[in-house]
Design a protein around this ligand. Structure first.
Ligand code: FE2
Length: 277
């Protein structure tokens, strides 16, 4: 699979009528314990700092693409919900391998925060897929999830589609991370191939920026709101890039402008020698 790298853009240029901005917040890894740390970083504080940046970027909605909590605890989800609710924007969530989907939607779904399968906004249909396999780090799209996606695409031929999931559907060039990618990308891309209105695929999980095109689709992976993984190395390694989020501008003609915005500096406490997450 060949990809073409894309240069990073900057947000906050005026948007034409019908265009809108969304923010992707991913892999916040909160704990029941508000002092909980991942590789030395307090994940709650780091999450709150990224959301503070999000407040400064006018947007229509937030997409939260999984691993919202590290320990699948109701208390962790409660903190996620409180922080999101304070933004006053619709927040659409999908689960990652550290989430328990049932606990997640039971604890999160109120105050404008939901876990829908499809969000229609303007000329766009945004699909949120569950790629989790209970008890496993890797991902897979179950047949019923693929069927639902197919039906949704068939019912929205006049809309541009953005497909969101937690796991990366293409290798990112890190052996350890690519062992927990999406297990059935052939089925996924085979299905998408029938729908030329699919403009982009967006995921979390990899804790690093990935930006490419494939068959006219924009492929986007994004930094975590806490620790980052070093790109293109075969063994687990923590990077010293600051936490961040992705912004996306979706245009009525199907174009996507996107980029990553990070905190200005790394929160204190990062343990670069950490051996796993
Ligand atoms: Fe993950």
């Amino acid at each position: 699979m060949s990809h073409q790298a894309i240069a990073t853009a900057h947000p906050l240029q005026p948007l034409p009528p019908g265009a809108f901005r969304i923010l992707q917040i991913t892999d916040s890894h909160l704990y029941a314990d508000p002092h909980g740390c991942l590789a030395g970083i307090n994940t709650l504080q780091s999450f709150q700092a990224v959301l503070e940046q999000a407040r400064a970027l006018p947007a229509e909605m937030i997409l939260a693409t999984g691993d919202l909590v590290h320990d699948a605890s109701p208390e962790g989800y409660q903190r996620v919900r409180d922080a999101f609710a304070a933004l006053g924007l619709p927040v659409y969530c999908l689960p990652g391998n550290h989430d328990l989907p049932a606990v997640m939607s039971r604890c999160l779904d109120r105050d404008g925060i939901t876990s829908p399968k499809l969000v229609s906004h303007g000329d766009w249909a945004i699909f949120l897929l569950d790629s989790t396999i209970p008890g496993e780090e890797g991902g897979r799209l179950a047949e019923e999830e693929l069927d639902r996606l197919e039906q949704g695409l068939e019912q929205n031929p006049g809309k541009h589609a953005l497909i969101c999931l937690h796991h990366h559907p293409v290798p990112v060039g890190s052996a350890w991370m690519d062992r927990m990618a999406l297990e059935n990308p052939e089925r996924f891309f085979g299905l998408l191939q029938r729908f030329p209105n699919v403009r982009g695929i967006l995921w979390g999980h990899i804790h690093q920026t990935y930006d490419a095109t494939y068959r006219d689709m924009r492929l986007m992976g994004s930094p975590s709101t806490c620790i980052q993984f070093t790109p293109r190395v075969d063994h687990f390694a923590i990077d010293n890039e600051p936490p961040g989020m992705r912004w996306l501008e979706l245009f009525p003609d199907g174009r996507i402008r996107t980029g990553v915005q990070r905190l200005q500096r790394m929160p204190l406490g990062l343990d670069l020698s950490s051996v796993g997450y």
